[in-house]
Design a protein around this ligand. Structure first.
Ligand code: AMP
Ligand code: GLY
Length: 437
């Protein structure tokens, strides 16, 4: 028990990662960059909340000073900035793809062309480089639904739904709001189906599927409102049956082999976002080069392997067989009212009831857990400081019991003026299925 791990992340995904590394028999110390104030309540976790995940120089300095054994790069912007490449150059052991392999996430136009070449099932799409190009294209199409997406990283908010051609033109004009990330954008055929995400641990040519989840991307119940980073997840989703899993496996294999073929071998967690269409056919919405947030909060607790062993083996080319429990998990994202748009009036307000929840985070097996993100601690008070504030995880034998745990825990938490927002319908698809059985 003498290993030191750095986790590059500041949100709820980072919170479950640091907690899980600390449970490993091998790990003595975990450093989170930037981490957050709720992580720092644990004396064994050191955080650098002022540091940017893209500050490669400073991160390398810390890794060398602490003589770390592993750097787990969990956040997309660090991968896009080439942090992995720098760590490799310095001989520091890391888990996460290089900038070239990570292009599968940070450049959606590149990723679509790559998937098309490999004949991976995807929606019809067009890559556009100017407003006019997109508008002229839409004017020639029959009136229908679309997705307009910024090609670069946009914190999960860069994909805009359009219910008809007119709205598509409005959404094309909004691409400029994403700055550099929206300079190139995609117009995609709208796919109507059941969404899911799947996660594989990848080590060069070898990979193992860890599990599947269903995120709830829009801000309001019933899948209404703008897209967010994710408002809650449930796992394992009933919709991912054997027939779907077979396709997922084949898509992962094609992708991982395809990356090797173009000289960009992948190491790290690979995230496949997919849609199940009629007749259980899978179409790929996107790949991400990391765990999802909050998917990680429902998937990582299911893993029974010693987490440090699992990840450090993968980082050195050896893949362990993944062992998992069979619990159902539901995580609910708690956000500031106004998120993903303007939530500035909530920032600085006190979150009441959280202290009680945190006092006994591991009271007993199966009790709800909190993972912090946009919360700061000031004079022992918990203060809202971001859009997604924290996450509540419940687990149980089935979706109903897991939901009950998570939602019951929430009843005593509030922000003055009714400023707490969360979806009440996380896991609704499997809940309906459970009731019908
Ligand atoms: P992305 O940024 O590509 O992950 O897209 C964000 C979300 O928008 C996805 O998780 C889907 O819910 C939705 N989405 C993106 N592209 C499409 C599409 N072509 N058809 C239907 N939904 C989509
Ligand atoms: N929850 C979606 C994402 O992490 O991209």
């Amino acid at each position: 028990m003498n290993k030191t791990v750095i986790v590059i992340d500041g949100g709820g995904r980072g919170a479950i990662l640091v907690e899980t590394y600390l449970k490993s028999k091998k790990v003595k110390k975990v450093i989170a960059i930037p981490g957050n104030d709720l992580m720092a309540l644990n004396k064994n976790i050191k955080v650098f909340t002022k540091l940017k995940t893209t500050d490669k120089k400073e991160i390398i300095k810390i890794a060398q000073a602490e003589n770390v054994d592993l750097v787990d790069i969990a956040q997309d912007d660090a991968i896009a900035a080439g942090l992995t490449d720098e760590l490799i150059k310095k001989g520091i052991n890391s888990f996460g793809p290089t900038k070239a392999a990570g292009q599968i996430e940070w450049d959606k136009a590149w990723a679509r062309r790559f998937m098309k070449r490999l004949k991976i099932p995807i929606p019809k799409y067009k890559v556009c480089k100017s407003q006019n190009e997109g508008i002229e294209f839409i004017r020639k199409q029959k009136d229908t639904e679309w997705f307009i997406k910024a090609s670069g990283l946009a914190a999960g908010k860069g994909a805009l739904y359009a219910e008809d051609n007119n709205e598509a033109i409005t959404k094309i004009k909004r691409m400029k709001d994403f700055g550099e990330a929206g300079k190139t954008y995609l117009i995609e055929e709208y796919l109507n189906g059941e969404e899911f995400s799947s996660f594989a641990i990848v080590s060069g040519r070898k990979f193992g599927i860890i599990g599947h989840a269903q995120d709830h991307k829009t801000v309001f119940d019933g899948n209404k409102g703008p897209n967010t980073g994710g408002m809650g997840c449930s796992s394992p989703p009933f919709a991912v049956n054997k027939k779907v899993e077979k396709q997922i496996n084949s898509i992962f294999k094609k992708t991982i082999d395809g990356l090797i073929k173009i000289g960009r071998p992948y190491n790290g967690i690979l995230y496949l976002g997919g849609m199940i269409l009629g007749n259980s056919k899978v179409s790929v919405i996107e790949f991400n080069s990391r765990w999802g947030d909050p998917e990680a909060q429902v998937l990582i607790p299911a893993i029974k392997n010693d987490f440090y062993n699992l990840i450090s083996s993968a980082s050195s080319g050896k893949l362990q067989k993944i062992k998992k429990d069979n619990k159902y998990r539901v995580v609910v994202t708690i956000a500031s009212k106004g998120y993903p748009d303007d939530y500035s009036k909530v920032v600085g307000k006190e979150i009441k009831g959280l202290a009680h929840m945190l006092r006994h985070p591991e009271r007993s097996e199966g009790s709800p857990k909190i993972f912090g993100a946009g919360v700061i601690v000031k004079s022992k008070k918990f203060i809202a400081s971001g859009g997604r504030l924290f996450y509540v995880l419940g687990e149980g034998k089935n979706v109903a019991l897991a939901r009950e745990k998570a939602y019951n825990a929430l009843s005593s938490i509030s922000i003055g003026g009714n400023n707490l927002h969360y979806r009440k319908d996380i896991g609704y698809r499997d809940l309906e299925r459970l009731k019908r059985r």
